[in-house]
Design a protein around this ligand. Structure first.
Ligand code: NDP
Length: 386
């Protein structure tokens, strides 16, 4: 029997369970790169399409935990030394957390958790865990690779269109009784023919490029390893050797790289100054990839036409975070990777990882970030330790 600590975002303010607008969701069994969707060995404790990413939903893990006799604590209280999360760490063996409401697992917190063996990110992106400290402590870190990549890609396409077409400011006019066409369209452009470039064309970045290709955009990308020629030709991609070359030429620049020491503040004031006046920046990867205040200054001064995304630091963003009130922002809370569709996949993947862990089976290499004291599996390709 193990103690498992699961940190999830709070329930809806209107209460749980919610009622649902749809009765079913499509079943996705395989991802674009051929990886199979999660295959836990016992029935899921939820119906795909249910809200399981919040505290009362508990990732549908309650049944599994009870049957196995584990102590299963679910909380959203994660910040500060008096938080439930920090109080429970001392004898916890497994932490389950998620990027949307990150339980920051710093080196200090890892030092307070001597029994911790496994950290599961229910989703993709484990930068809220100090991977270096986890490796040194012999902790395994795993995430549910691919589970929400398309969810994020769809969000990127949506906010790109919303920004360029000035959708968000236009929506409230009619609700307020107006018909302000000129007010709506004075910042509205077609994306056809525009240069769109992504820094990072991995699972999400490439899915974005594939989805934007039918819009007849001029598509660009940069990353350390070039994509194969067939993919480049099929999508008409232009490769850039570095981020500087890419952002200086784009109408819309998109960030889709993991956060690790070398990518922190990749987009700083100098990089933003090199962008075209009126360019847009899209970031559904991680907030700390950009210089927060440089973005505010550039958007406020009109150098950037807008900034959109769903990732903040810290999360939840404090009331005074300048992006909350920045002009021409297309921000949301961190939601792109936690649609109901995505929740079903990352919850199933979390169950698969737990079952393998408790049954002494190896974790799928695609899910591994840190194992055996070093980066492993997907982690070897995605991150660098300090
Ligand atoms: P992948 O690992 O599949 O893709 C990341 C890409 O970034 C790789 O193709 C890699 O290529 C490239 N890359 C890495 N380092 C650099 C660098 N220094 N310079 C240029 N390119 C680089 O990751 P995903 O697409 O699955 O996810 C990307 C990120 O998106 C995640 O790490 C996470 O932070 C975020 N995310 C956000 C979500 C949300 O809800 N908003 C949900 C899921 C993920 P190469 O190695 O060739 O450089």
């Amino acid at each position: 029997m193990a103690k498992i600590l699961c940190v999830l975002y709070p329930d809806p303010v209107s209460g749980y369970p919610p009622s649902y607008v749809r009765d079913d969701i499509p079943v996705i069994t395989r991802y674009a790169d051929g990886q199979t969707a999660p295959t836990p060995q016992q029935p899921l404790g939820f119906k795909p399409g249910e809200l399981i990413g919040c505290v009362s939903g508990a990732l549908g893990l309650q049944d599994y935990m009870e049957k196995k006799g584990h102590e299963f604590i679910v909380t959203s209280d994660k910040d500060g030394p008096d938080s439930e999360f920090e109080k429970q760490l001392h004898d916890t063996e497994v932490v389950i957390s998620q990027p949307f409401w990150p339980a920051y697992l710093s080196a200090e917190r890892i030092a307070k958790a001597p029994k911790l063996k496994l950290v599961v990110t229910a989703g993709v992106g484990s930068d809220h865990v100090d991977l270096d400290a986890a490796a040194k402590a012999g902790i395994t870190v795993a995430e549910v690779t691919n589970s929400n990549s398309v969810s994020v890609a769809e969000h990127v396409v949506m906010i790109t269109l919303a920004q360029l077409r000035n959708y968000l400011p236009s929506h409230p006019y009619f609700e307020q009784g107006g018909w302000n066409i000129a007010d709506c369209v004075w910042r509205s452009y077609d994306i056809q023919g525009m240069k769109f470039g992504t820094i990072g064309a991995g699972r999400i970045g490439l899915a974005v490029l594939r989805r934007l290709h039918p819009f007849e955009m001029d598509l660009h990308y940069t990353q350390r390893h070039r994509l194969d020629a067939t993919t480049e030709q099929a999508l008409g991609l232009t490769f850039h050797a570095d981020s500087g070359s890419l952002v200086s030429q784009m109408d819309i620049a998109n960030l889709q790289v993991p956060l690790y020491p070398a990518t922190r503040k990749l987009i700083d004031a100098r990089m933003i100054a090199s962008m075209k006046r009126g360019a847009y920046l899209i970031n559904c990867a991680r907030a700390e990839l950009v210089d927060r205040d440089a973005v505010v200054e550039a958007v406020t001064a009109g150098h950037l036409a807008g900034y959109a995304g769903d990732v903040w630091f810290p999360q939840p963003a404090p009331a005074g975070h300048p992006w909350r009130t920045m002009p021409f922002n297309g921000m949301t809370p961190h939601i792109s990777g936690t649609s109901l569709s995505a929740q079903g996949r990352y919850a199933a993947g979390t169950l698969e990882i737990l079952q393998d862990f408790f049954n002494g089976r190896p974790t799928r290499p695609a899910y591994l970030i840190v194992a055996g004291g070093n980066l492993a599996g997907t982690g070897e390709k995605s991150y660098e330790l300090r």
